[in-house]
Design a protein. Sequence first.
Length: 646
Amino acid sequence: MNRAKSRAAVAAPARRFPWRAALTHPAVLPALAALAVHLPSVRFAFVRDDVPLIAENAIMRAPGALGRLLTGDFLASAGFTAGLWRPLVLLSFWIEGRLGGWAPTVFHASNVLRHTAVTVALGFLLAQAGVPRLAAVAGTLWFALMPAHLEVVAWILGRTDLMCAGFALLSLWLDRRARARGRTWPGVWALVAFTGALLSKEAAAGWVIVVAAAELARAGTAKLKAMELARWLAPYLAITVLWLVAHAMAAGSSGLPAYVDTALLARRQAAAFVMLPQYLAFLWPWYPHSSDVAVWLPASALAWPVVAGAAFTLSMIAAVVVLGARRSPLAVPAAIVLVPVLPSLTVALAKGYLTSGERMVYLPSAGAAWLVALALAWAARKGRAWRWSAIAAAAVLILGSGIETLRLQPTWADDAHVFQVMTARQPDNPAGWIGLADGLARSGRKPEAEAALARAASLAPRLPAVYLGRAQLHYQYEEWDAVIADANQALTLDAATHQARLLRASTLLRLRRTAEAAPDIQRLLRDRPDDPSALMLEGQRLMMARRPAEAVVPLEAAARWRSDDPGLWFALGNARAAAGDLVAARTALERTVSIAPRYFLGWMTLARLCAALGDTVAAEAALEQARALPEAGRSHGDSTGSGAAR
């Protein structure tokens, strides 16, 4: 008997890995396509808000700042107030910056991998839902190649949508797996993934509706008890409530700026009804894609696009409700299309806050791709003519999307390309002209920058960002009176324009108008007590007031956040020296020249301090370093050094 079993075992062929099934899984080919198409973006630069939030964010880089990053407004460390709380995204920036030396390559590569992972999650969801394999591959492949996803993948800050979508879809897949296995609750990992989606972006606030739609669709014609549904949804609801409380505490509330009067508020609220159809229009491969497509502001609440948009939005909501009530499999993807838009729609209707950009449709596009896959599967069952028509339409959609994505991808290479496309495709969007002006100013093309800002002002004469852009341009060219005038105008329109207040305070200090600068600095420190720029201004003000011992305190606090700023360490060294602490002053100046070895004045001041401390060897070494710099020929370095020695 045993010998017979042994012979049978030897005769049985070894089980092989099902390569064909693996390669034709709905997640595999689309994931490879997503990776291949978006891989060139790893060479791109920081663009738009990547610069203040990552590239130039001293608080992000400072040791010991992680707690502050994760418990405050998403953009607070960059000097803005957004009313958002996205700690997981900031944590990912914090980790990758340290791993990659704060170069953009690592951040971009991470975005590409995250989009690939989201594509995989969608493929697994479609397979789990029983969508026929070829239809599921086609739907997932379209998602992988959509041109509307360029903003999310190529813009590092688009990661908020990548992470939110990835966690949300993973949560749904884990949730459905738990239900299929007969468990009585979704399980820890489904809830962890759901929490991750909430901590990445507010679009997941209504995700419990998607889970409810999935529960109803699973039940089909079987009776589903209300209590059973409530028990299944209860953990999601509890986490959502806890998140709402934490969000309110961390991000706080932000009011509309002063320039949004009653009439403009009414127009912004009416525009809320245009948001959903506009977002869905982004999915069309040949839409004129660009960064931050502005929401159209109607002239009145009864303009025909508002009425049509309201009808469309309400119909979409009604459709999801009806599909859920009928236990239709279409309810889940339809809910994925609608639910992520609801938080933005609600805030726009309630407060007049408008959010725009193709990134807003990233998670909804997963539902759209799912619906397309179901439509292809339906067409395949209708006969040969329907099947071949569906295949042709899918081929055009997928190939067209891939070609457009490859064609448009270079437009995200850097700020110059981004804003050139914005102004070409959205000539009536002032944000594009303001961004273009900033890039022109950095390149020293002042007349062109002024012309771009003039165009922005003609489009939105009451937009604070226009006057902030002007103030920054004037500051670059040391036109101090113009800086103050434009900063005043920006602050009149929106008193919370942090950067305008910084510019005005800094300019007033440069003009030695310290008494006028003091209220601005106090307001800056009241709003953001740890802002290194405001702390540095306060240190400069106290030094001008001949209070060096007091100046040391804010300058030391600023240095903790901005530890790689040689100018700050130089100011701190001077303050310590003036306060009589020469040893500590020497330490600060040594830090200055270690960060910036070509800092001529830093070496000269260090030489004086070393001489005053009796360390003639160090003083002479510092002088030698200074003499080797080009500035030495234009100064009296030796006589200054001799004076320091005396």
